[in-house]
Write a protein that binds this ligand. Structure first.
Ligand SMILES: Nc1nc2c(c(=O)[nH]1)N[C@H]1C(S)=C(S)[C@@H](COP(=O)(O)OP(=O)(O)OC[C@H]3O[C@@H](n4cnc5c(=O)[nH]c(N)nc54)[C@H](O)[C@@H]3O)O[C@H]1N2
Ligand SMILES: Nc1nc2c(c(=O)[nH]1)N[C@H]1C(S)=C(S)[C@@H](COP(=O)(O)OP(=O)(O)OC[C@H]3O[C@@H](n4cnc5c(=O)[nH]c(N)nc54)[C@H](O)[C@@H]3O)O[C@H]1N2
Ligand code: SF4
Ligand SMILES: [Mo]
Length: 715
């Protein structure tokens, strides 16, 4: 099926490509030897990788490189190249080392006292004049549970629920759909449990590149053990290389595809009647909706071969245990919540929930995007996913904080940028880069200039930091302690491996000082992260039974009730997380994407590659990772290229009414006709200059995966 021994390779034109499955392990070894000359004698302590949500543990290895340690996830100490290169940014010469204030567009270094005085004065005036809802708080999925907990505590004690994190742009639609049906939005099963599966339905995710250690250490072993891999993705990528069935869906047409699979399950009687009877409601109405379903037409509308689709439906339904893995290809659409609802129907119809090897498993983004949500850095929930509208939950929080938080949900973060300069007068941006990562980025960038006041806490002068009135130098992953929660709900501890550069400060100290100045010092006086974690366990029921010491070098998994001996591995076994025994089956009708595609236009879908991470704030500054993948390309099908007179390697212009960018064409048949793909990791091309600001109506997630564009050779 695939050659496990092939190594990472570079094209002759220097464009690096990660090889499927293995490239990175070999490459990792090579990277360790490629380290810089100077050595520093930092302390080596087990901590958690700052990049993706897999949660590999690592430590300082000397020569400014990290090495994997035997952790709860990476049991054999394996890490991918990003983990190995994580020190490149810790010791980077571009790190912010002094607080900066902007005067007439120029940053000047000031003392911490001066910077904090300015923040206190400006935010206090704005809250006095316009109310606390005039401030938007951007929390950080790259930062710890304790930092995010304090951050949302500041917002809520000030009197606003306007706090959100980039989970909004990521799995907010998945969480909305799963919470609605199952009562919890997180992975239903554990990573270890995935090795028990007989079928993996990977929908709109590319774990071979985006969750490489999960792919290599959990999914590949299951596949090699005979599990069938079905990949629903408009492109062929490293995950597809290991797939038995590839369904190259047209971007934005997943509901047609999933409904056609559903129709096959019903038509061919591939459903689990006992499970449906015991654990679901609404089956009669559901069946009625599919009575006249035209499977062939559905498959064709989705752009896939009906026979392959039937094969996929049979493989998923007849497997003894089948698991769904879902990612951004599903979630990042104006129909994102509906896409996931349609996916959930498959699991419910076939009884693939609540047992080993089954479930619906969103692979989460950053090292603490799961935790940022768990601790309440979202506008509609308190720590532990208790709704802000619930009076009892507000009282429980008030008991701990001495102040009752507001009961109206706050603004989500993309919507907030649409109100910069009117309802929203100030922003506090902690460890996020929205001026680059939000859709229609040129407009977002302009919107930042409409604010009366903007504070950014980051490691570098990012694209967002360029709009700050005060820019504070925070601490990197290697300089902090605290906890993070990985994709399969495991809380793990971070420990420092390096000293803070210059006058930078620990993020937790910065936030506690901010809280003390804006509110009262008593509410933000903590000995350190462990004391914050203790408070979190009192406020958040899902963390109630955990302890900072108890986590140690291992992990604790939520839900972990106060009286339990350990956390729960598989959710929804006897009843769903909302206490219901049954979940509703709900038909979903397709809705068109926001951008309609003109005759001469192509559909741009965006995503990621192995060696770069999100806005690239960290990875573009890493010498080693840039050597692996230093520039973006636009994948375009040979026939689409030929029609436009575009040659491989040529510069092309990608544009629509929102903006235009230039990028190098990569003419390849791995992308389907009519679709082009690039990443959003680079400032040039800034992919989000052309993505649109239309949002899913339920979760307010943007449509990063479907933009109508024209592609022409550059003059
Ligand atoms: N190397 C690396 N790893 C990362 C990150 C990174 O930037 N780099 N970022 C982290 C973060 S924040 C996240 S959220 C995760 C995301 O991890 P993934 O969900 O795997 O991320 P994407 O690459 O955005 O999208 C996945 C796939 O969706 C496909 N796709 C595009 N449009 C559609 C569509 O309409 N339908 C379907 N079915 N598929 C479609 C794309 O071709 C792509 O292969 O990765 C995390 N891990
Ligand atoms: N076109 C397109 N756009 C997308 C997506 C897509 O698929 N396509 N995906 C979306 C998704 S899923 C996501 S999650 C977002 C990501 O969007 P962002 O969260 O805005 O992107 P990051 O690059 O992860 O930004 C992290 C920032 O935090 C800083 N940072 C990192 N660690 C620390 C720390 O310890 N302390 C402090 N103070 N700062 C720190 C970094 O320097 C960086 O500036 O992008 C979204 N945008
Ligand atoms: S798989 Fe993710 S967590 Fe593990 S080393 Fe790579 S980037 Fe870090
Ligand atoms: Mo994400």
């Amino acid at each position: 099926m695939f050659n496990y021994d092939t190594v990472y390779h570079t094209d002759t034109d220097g464009r690096a490509r990660a090889h499927p499955h293995t490239g990175w392990t070999r490459c990792t070894r090579k990277l360790i030897h490629m380290s810089k000359e100077q050595d520093r004698s930092y302390e080596a302590q087990q901590t958690v990788c700052p990049y993706c949500g897999v949660g590999c543990t690592l430590e300082y290895a000397g020569n400014e490189k990290a090495t994997g340690t035997e952790g709860p996830v990476n049991k054999k100490s394996e890490v991918c190249p990003k983990g190995v290169a994580a020190f490149d940014i810790v010791t980077h010469e571009g790190r912010l080392t002094e607080p900066l204030v902007s005067e007439d567009g120029e940053f000047t270094a000031v003392s911490w006292e001066t910077a904090m005085d300015r923040i206190e004065a400006e935010l206090t005036t704005i809250v006095d004049d316009h109310g606390a809802d005039a401030v938007q708080f951007f929390a950080s999925s790259n930062c710890t549970n304790e930092e995010n907990y304090i951050f949302q505590k500041i917002a809520r004690m000030l009197g606003t629920n306007n706090v959100d994190n980039c989970a909004r742009m990521c799995h907010s639609s998945t969480v909305a759909a799963m919470s609605e049906r199952f009562g919890a939005g997180a992975m239903t099963n554990s990573l270890g449990d995935m090795m028990e599966t007989d079928c993996l339905l990977v929908a709109g995710a590319n774990p071979a590149e985006q969750h490489p250690v999960i792919f290599r250490s959990y999914l590949l072993p299951a596949i090699r053990d005979g599990a069938t891999l079905i990949h629903i993705d408009p492109r062929e990528n490293d995950t597809t290389d290991a797939a038995d069935i590839h369904l190259p869906v047209r971007p934005g047409h997943d509901i047609q595809l999933l409904n056609a699979i559903t129709a096959v399950l019903l038509e061919e009687d591939l459903v689990d009647e006992d499970f449906i009877e015991e654990r679901t409601t609404g089956v009669e109405e559901f069946r009625d909706q599919f009575d006249d379903a035209d499977i062939e037409a559905g498959a064709e509308a989705a752009g896939v071969d009906p026979d392959r689709l039937r094969e996929a439906a049979r493989a998923y339904a007849t497997a003894e245990a089948a698991t769904i893995i879902t990612g951004m290809g599903m979630s990042q659409h104006t129909s994102g919540t509906d896409n996931v609802r349609a996916l959930l129907n498959l699991a419910l119809l076939t009884g693939n929930v609540g047992r080993p090897g089954t479930g619906v498993n969103p692979l989460r983004g950053q090292n603490n995007v799961q935790g940022a949500g768990d601790v309440g850095a979202l506008p509609n929930i308190f720590p532990g996913y208790e709704p802000v509208t619930d009076a009892e939950a507000r009282e429980r929080v008030a008991e701990e904080w001495g102040v009752e938080p507001p009961g109206e949900p706050g603004m989500t973060e993309v919507t907030a940028t649409h109100h910069f300069g009117d309802e929203i007068r100030a922003a506090v941006v902690f460890g996020e880069n929205p001026a680059m990562t939000e859709p229609d980025a040129n407009s977002v960038s302009d919107a930042f200039d409409e604010l009366d006041f903007c504070v950014v806490i980051d490691l570098f002068e990012t694209e967002t930091a360029a709009h700050a009135d005060v820019l504070l130098p925070g601490s990197s992953w290697a300089e902090k302690s605290g906890t993070v929660t990985n994709t399969d709900r495991r809380v793990m501890r971070m420990r420092p491996n390096a000293d803070l550069p210059g006058n930078s400060r620990r993020d937790l100290d910065i936030l506690c000082e901010l809280g003390s100045r804006l509110l009262d010092s008593g509410s933000f006086a903590y000995e350190g992260p462990s004391e914050v974690f203790d408070e979190l366990t009192r406020v958040s029921p899902i963390y109630a039974g955990m302890s900072y010491d108890g986590i140690g070098e291992g992990c604790q998994r939520w839900p972990y009730p106060a009286d339990a001996e350990e956390g729960v591995d598989i959710l929804h076994t006897d009843e769903f997380a909302n206490g219901e025994q049954q979940a509703p089956l709900m038909p979903v009708a397709p809705t068109p994407p926001a951008d309609s595609v003109g005759d001469d236009q192509l559909v741009l879908t965006t995503g990621r590659v192995l060696a770069q991470f999100n806005s690239g704030a960290l990875t573009r500054r890493s010498q080693t990772l840039t050597m692996m993948r230093g520039e973006d390309v636009l994948e375009i099908h040979p026939e689409d290229a030929e029609e436009r007179g575009i040659e491989d390697g040529e510069t092309v212009v990608v544009e629509n009414e929102r903006g235009g960018v230039t990028v190098t064409a990569d003419v390849t048949a791995t992308i389907q006709r009519g679709v082009v793909f690039c990443t959003f990791h680079y400032t040039e091309p800034l992919a989000n200059a052309v993505t649109g600001g239309e949002l899913d109506p339920v979760a307010e997630i943007p449509e990063y995966k479907h933009s109508a564009v024209t592609v022409t050779p550059a003059e």
